[in-house]
Design a protein around this ligand. Structure first.
Ligand SMILES: Nc1ncnc2c1ncn2[C@@H]1O[C@H](COP(=O)(O)OS(=O)(=O)O)[C@@H](OP(=O)(O)O)[C@H]1O
Length: 302
């Protein structure tokens, strides 16, 4: 029996190691943060210093899976409503993804440029702050964010999957997932959310009252719309409306990206132990902070 348990221990350890080796092939680390090798390169990160932000750039900053495609769509619709011009951005809109020449090409793009990013606050190019670009910072409760991230890896055929939710959860809590730790991302943003050019948006607030959220975004961007225009954009921005068009807007990945769009889906995957572990982590990192209060953790994760 003793030998058998040693054997199981050994196999478990070997499995653990091979999982970590397999996972390490998914990422490369740049300045301490893991990024997916399929989307980012260190050459692009080096070239990022040459990116010159404009005062009329609109930056959507979020940890992955907090709803950046939702806000991107809303901002597109707002621009269309005020300018009657369909906004066509010539590049994949995530600032840190793509080839290292992109920042040169971007110099020729018309304003306003809408740029999404999952970079942590302290990794953002300084010109965003220096030139006072407008930044919409989107947050979602960490439990639903983790669940959405897990499904994305495991549902999309071309992305390497995790062997189980438990395995993903372990890596998520260690920050060993693409773009690093949710909690580090949040701690980094915590003291910078009240700046003049920064607008905090909570995914759950938008779910609660989409029209009110769209109005706040429009006000922040200085767009004046009628109540009727706001109403029209809300109808076009519901989860159902966006999912129905997702193959046209995002290709084959669309239905996976617009997966469920709910608050509280974490209850379907979290074990009691995982629940407690995340509550502890939240307390340790964000309890008593201004962002901690803004996230309304008790309401959405309790
Ligand atoms: N309109 C609307 N309403 C409600 N929820 C929406 C909407 N649009 C996108 N989503 C949900 O946002 C999740 C994807 O987040 P991101 O767009 O940030 O993903 S990514 O990081 O850019 O890949 C993903 O969450 P899950 O469904 O929980 O996986 C999307 O469904």
């Amino acid at each position: 029996m003793a030998d058998k348990s040693k054997f199981i221990e050994y196999i478990d350890e070997a499995l653990e190691k091979s999982k970590e080796t397999a996972l390490s092939r998914l990422f490369f680390t740049y300045q301490g943060i893991p990024y997916p090798i399929t989307m980012c390169t260190s050459e692009t990160f080096q070239a990022l210093d040459t990116f010159e932000a404009r005062h009329d750039d609109i930056v959507l900053a979020s940890y992955p899976k907090c709803g950046s495609n939702w806000i991107l769509h809303i901002v597109h619709e707002l621009i269309f409503a005020v300018s009657k011009q369909k906004y066509e951005y010539p590049e994949f809109p995530v600032l840190e993804c793509g080839d290292s020449e992109k920042y040169q090409r971007m110099k020729g793009f018309p304003s306003p440029r809408i740029l999404a990013t999952h970079l942590h606050y302290d990794k953002l190019p300084g010109s965003i702050f220096k030139n006072k670009a407008k930044i919409l910072v989107i947050f979602r409760n960490p439990k639903d964010t983790a669940v959405s991230f897990f499904h994305f890896h495991n549902d999309v055929p071309d992305i390497p999957s995790y062997c189980s939710w438990d395995e993903f959860f372990r890596q998520f809590m260690k920050g060993q997932v693409s773009w690093g730790s949710y909690f580090d991302f949040a701690i980094n943003w915590n003291k910078h959310l009240d700046g003049d050019n920064v607008k905090f948006i909570l995914y759950e607030d938008l779910k609660e009252n989409l029209a009110a959220g769209i109005k706040q975004i429009a006000d922040f961007l200085g767009f004046f719309l009628t109540g009727e225009q706001i109403q029209t954009i809300s109808v076009q921005s519901t989860f159902q409306a966006m999912r129905a068009k997702s193959q046209d807007t995002h290709g084959a990945v669309g239905p996976f990206l617009f997966r469920k769009g709910e608050v509280g889906d974490w209850k379907n995957l979290f074990s009691e132990t995982q629940n407690q572990e995340m509550d502890e982590k939240f307390k340790e990192c964000l309890a008593g902070t201004s962002l901690g209060a803004k996230l309304k953790y008790e309401s959405y994760c309790g």
